[in-house]
Design a protein around this ligand. Structure first.
Ligand SMILES: N[C@@H](CCC(=O)N[C@@H](CS)C(=O)NCC(=O)O)C(=O)O
Length: 214
């Protein structure tokens, strides 16, 4: 049994839970973080001194950092297609996985989503939102072209790159702001929604995160 500590509304917990479900793993998730609290206890800090979610426990292994958790789970339990064991086959998928985290998540989630949903309008940093939206208009066409060419972000099959990128899309398509035209990402998002693990773990309402006046 795998244990995941972290609330289901966290965009860092969601790809871990989505991957566990795709891999058919037996997993128990605990509500920690946000309004649930529990990240500043000595027990939690012993698992993650950063006091952040997710934390994964698998037998005698305890670890944090969602991207590292994804790589561990896919290496330990995944089929080769999700995370090839051969370094050369894995390299480009890994590159797009990091690209999605360092660019799309950083720009969209932390600048656009946080400001529009988790920050009261009176405290909103308009310049930050504008820079996030500008970045999104540069980044999403890059992903759109990549998906048009290959079918998936990492390559011709689903890979961890799609977990890191795909998990952002529910918020991306439901928060109100002007999005670039990306027909291939639109179709890719529709395909992701055909997967029950995606619907169950990546399409989680963020109403409980919305602050009054946002
Ligand atoms: N780089 C870390 C970031 C972890 C992180 O910032 N988690 C957020 C939730 S998305 C958190 O713990 N926030 C405090 C809280 O929810 O109480 C990862 O990818 O796991």
């Amino acid at each position: 049994m795998i244990h995941v500590h972290g609330r289901e509304t966290s965009s860092n917990v969601q790809p871990v839970m989505w991957l566990c479900a795709e891999l058919g793993l037996d997993v128990e998730r605990y509500d920690v973080g946000g309004a649930f609290g529990g990240t500043d206890t000595p027990e939690f800090l012993a698992m993650n001194p950063m006091g952040k979610i997710p934390v994964l426990q698998d037998g005698d292994l305890t670890m944090f950092e969602s991207q590292a958790i994804l790589r561990y789970l896919a290496s330990e339990y995944g089929r080769d297609a999700i995370w090839p064991s051969e370094a050369r086959a894995r390299a480009v998928q890994d590159q797009w996985m990091e690209w999605a985290k360092q660019n799309v998540a950083a720009e969209f989630n932390y600048k656009v989503f946080w400001q529009l949903v988790r920050t009261p309008a009176s405290e909103r940093d308009g310049a930050l939102v504008r820079s996030g939206i500008e970045a999104v208009h540069r980044l999403m066409p890059v992903a759109d072209a990549r998906i048009a060419q290959n079918g998936w972000l990492g390559g011709e099959t689903i890979s961890l790159a799609d977990f890191t990128f795909g998990v952002q899309l529910y918020r991306y398509y439901t928060v109100e702001f002007e999005r670039p035209e990306t027909p291939n990402i639109d179709a890719y998002y529709a395909r992701l929604q055909e997967r029950a693990p995606y619907r169950d773990h990546a399409m989680i309402s963020y109403d409980s995160l919305r602050v009054p006046g946002a």
